[in-house]
Ligand binder design. Sequence first.
Ligand code: AMP
Ligand code: AMP
Length: 361
Amino acid sequence: MIDAEAAGKIIEKYDQSKLVIGTLGSHSSLNIFKGAKEEEFRTVCICKEKDAIMYQKYPLVDELIIVEDFKELLNEQLQERLRKINVILIPHGSFTAYLSTEQLTNNLKVPMMGNRQLLHWEANRKSQEEWLRQAGLFLPATFNSPDDIDRLVIAKLQGAKGGRGYFLTNSPKGFYDKAEEMIKRGLITKEDIDKVHLQEYVLGVNVYPSYFSSIINDDVELLAMDRRYESAVDSIGKIPAQEQLEIGIAPTYTVVGNFPIVLRESLLPEVMRMGDNVQKKAAELAPPGIIGSFCLETVITDDLKIYCFEISARIVAGTNVGIGSSPYAYLRYGGNMYMGRRIALELKEAVKQKRLHEVIA
Ligand code: AMP
Ligand code: AMP
């Protein structure tokens, strides 16, 4: 198990005046690398051959390590190579998408900015809910059994990529009928249904506020806000209802991009309190709580109630809408601040104050 203590031992051997910021070449890597360069760090990117073009067109990477599969990050020789050049890894969505929680906590022996203990709280739906509820957030109701369904619910399959196979229903009968039909069509399996997560479907608009939990400044900053552009669900409205019924479209939620959002100002105080409370609770569950970026996935209803249905305790790709600046980063820092740069700034400040061990695990 790699914890703050184990990571602390590794960085004792580092030349902290020559830290290198490293990450996997996808998701929010350009955001992270641009920020690193602007704060005068060297950068290393572990990347697949087919994606190397990004770093030729945007020359933000000092050292490119080509791998066939992101799982090669677990390779001991590769890790030794990274440690030798004083790499701090910045985790993003591809880490959790391509590596398991166990692999991330047990086998990745390179210091990461962040709190690895929280990965367990984040990865398990029940413990994540407990965390958010205890932080005082509104969560969509969940149903233990399909027989309890008494309102519109979204049926989420475990580990579903892009919401493939998710479906909506508003009664036990509706659930069993749909499940049976989807099994028949080969879209899902019987096991998927046994493990399905039934969540109240909250009618409202999606808003994803991104925060930065600074251990160095002991503060939570609201830095960016976005919403997603999802295929096919965002295109279903273009098809008249009649045809929708005829062709039997099932909504999928594959992310294709993101839009920036500015929120109605009277909602901001609540969004800020939510960020503070989530960090406060995280600090109790796994000290010192969230280190660095995190994002709350919310739905806001027409009576302006903010429901949170998920947390990502790391940089989310939605912060890419703020590369350069976003209104919320601007309000605090003036221009040219964004998540990737904020991460690098925290590392720089941590080194300066001899507190690097506090922001890694
Ligand atoms: P990728 O490397 O693009 O396959 O992304 C890795 C993981 O991050 C996948 O689970 C994606 O669904 C998620 N992801 C990538 N880009 C975005 C985005 N713009 N918004 C939300 N999630 C994303
Ligand atoms: P997820 O895989 O949990 O990120 O969910 C995929 C998409 O489903 C989200 O981007 C939302 O648009 C939608 N969604 C998920 N949960 C809910 C919910 N409880 N109420 C309304 N929409 C939801």
